[in-house]
Design a protein around this ligand. Structure first.
Ligand code: SAM
Length: 358
C-alpha cells in the first residue's frame, strides 16, 4: 500500500496492534521522566516523523493523537511543570499536516504547556533539523518512525539514533521492507529460512546490530506482528535494558490479548514439495526457536549469569519470563546450578551467576 492511500482506508488489524504497542509504550515511558520531584532530564522530546493526518476515515486515532492522549493523562504528575515537553509531528504531505492540526484541536488534545512543533517536512529534512535535539544529553527523546514502503532508516540515521543519549526509538518494517531485506545480497546468504518471516525479521535485526560499533552497549529487540497474511516487524532500540524490558512487556501484553503471541511462522507460500524438513520441525514458533537457542547456549557454557540470559531474551524479542522453563529444565537435568528462576532486570550490577555442573 502506498503512503498516499494509507489513510483513505480504515486501519487494518496489524496497524492497530502496532499503534497500540506504541501507545502502551509511551504510557510507560512518559512517567519515567515526568513523575519525579527532581526530574533527571530537563526536557522531553517526542518525535513522530511520519505522523499522518491523525485519524483513519472511521476516526480511529493514529500515532500522534495516541501520544497526546497519553500525555494529557499525565498532566497532574509532580514533574509536569518541571520538565519542558515538546512534541514534533512531521509528515511530507502538507495536506495531512493541515488535517492533523485540525484533529488535534477537534479531539481536545492541545495539551496546555506542551510545545507543539507540527510541520510538513520530508523525513530527511526533519531528521537533519532534529539532530541537535537528538544529541542533547539534557533531553530525553522518544522517536517513532512509522515509515511506509522504502526504509528511511539508513545506516547513517540508525547510527545517529543509537548514539543519541537517552533516546528510545521504535521503527516499523512493513512486509515489503522485510522482503527487501530478504532479497538483499549481503543478507540473503545469512538467512537460513528465507520464507520464514521470523528469520527474516531476525536477519533484519542482525543487520542493524552489525551497524553498532563493536563495543557499544546497546539493546535492540525485534517484535513481529502477524495479522492475517501480513507480518509487520517492529524494531525497538534503547541504550538502557529497562527501556527494552518495558517495551517487551508491553508488546507481549498487547499480543497476548490478541492471542497471536506464539504464532506459527507464516509459510503459506511454500509448496509442500519444497519442504525439506518434516512439517513439525518446519513449524517452530517464536518461543520454541528462542528456547532451543537459549538451551544450546546454556549447555555449551556460554552464559555466565542472569544478564547474559536476559540479553538472549531481548535479542529474540521475548520477555525475561520466557527463559524460566529452559532454566528450570536444565537445573532439573543437573546441567546448571543457579539461584534464580527468572533473570531480574534490576540486578545489572550484581547479576546472579550460572554454574555449570557437568
Ligand atoms: C503509515 S503513514 C503514518 C501513519 C501514522 N503514524 C498514523 O499512525 O496514523 C505514513 C505517512 O508517511 C508520510 N510520508 C511518506 N513518505 C514520507 C517521507 N519521505 N517523509 C515524511 N513523510 C512521509 C505519508 O504522507 C503518510 O502520511
Amino acid at each position: 500500500m502506498s503512503a498516499e492511500d494509507f489513510h483513505d482506508k480504515p486501519f487494518d488489524e496489524g496497524t492497530l496492534t502496532k499503534l497500540q504497542i506504541f501507545e502502551l509504550y509511551a504510557k510507560e515511558w512518559l512517567p519515567v521522566f515526568l513523575s519525579s520531584e527532581k526530574p533527571w532530564r530537563s526536557a522531553i522530546h517526542l518525535f513522530d516523523f511520519f505522523a499522518g493526518p491523525g485519524t483513519d476515515p472511521t476516526n480511529v486515532l493514529g500515532s500522534p493523537l495516541r501520544l497526546l492522549r497519553q500525555l494529557r493523562d499525565y498532566q497532574g504528575l509532580v514533574g509536569w511543570n518541571k520538565v519542558r515537553i515538546h512534541v514534533h509531528f512531521f509528515d511530507e504531505a502538507q495536506e495531512k499536516i493541515a488535517r492533523l492540526e485540525e484533529s488535534v484541536t477537534a479531539h481536545e488534545l492541545r495539551v496546555p504547556s506542551v510545545n507543539f512543533d507540527i510541520r510538513p517536512l520530508r523525513f530527511e529534512d526533519a531528521f537533519r533539523e532534529s539532530e541537535r535535539i537528538l544529541a542533547n544529553p539534557q533531553a530525553a527523546k522518544l522517536v517513532f518512525i512509522d515509515q511506509t514502503g522504502v526504509a528511511q532508516v539508513t545506516p547513517e540515521v540508525f547510527r545517529k539514533l543509537v548514539n543519541s543519549p537517552t533516546c528510545d526509538f521504535l521503527f516499523f518494517l512493513s512486509s515489503s521492507t522485510l522482503h527487501r531485506f530478504r532479497d538483499h545480497p549481503a543478507i540473503k546468504q545469512k538467512i537460513v529460512r528465507p520464507d520464514d518471516y521470523y528469520h527474516v525479521h531476525r536477519a533484519a535485526l542482525e543487520y542493524y546490530r552489525s551497524l553498532l560499533p563493536p563495543d557499544q552497549e546497546y539493546y535492540l529487540a525485534p517484535f513481529s506482528i502477524k495479522k492475517g497474511p501480513n507480518i509487520y516487524g517492529l524494531i525497538f532500540g534503547s541504550a538502557h535494558p529497562l527501556g527494552i524490558d518495558k517495551f517487551l512487556e508491553v508488546a507481549w501484553r498487547r499480543d497476548e490479548f490478541s492471542g497471536e503471541a506464539d504464532f506459527s511462522i507464516n509459510r503459506e507460500n511454500i509448496r509442500p514439495e519444497q519442504l525439506l524438513l518434516p512439517l513439525n520441525e518446519f513449524r517452530p514458533s517464536k518461543i520454541t526457536a528462542f528456547e532451543s537457542e537459549l538451551e544450546g547456549l546454556l549447555r555449551s557454557g556460554h552464559l555466565l549469569d542472569e544478564v547474559d540470559v536476559m540479553r538472549v531474551c531481548f535479542e529474540n524479542g521475548v520477555k525475561r519470563r520466557h527463559a524460566k522453563p529452559v532454566l528450570a529444565k536444565l537445573r532439573r537435568e543437573g546441567v546448571i546450578d543457579l539461584d534464580f528462576q527468572v533473570p531480574d532486570v534490576q540486578r545489572l550490577r550484581s547479576p546472579r551467576p550460572i554454574r555449570m555442573r557437568k
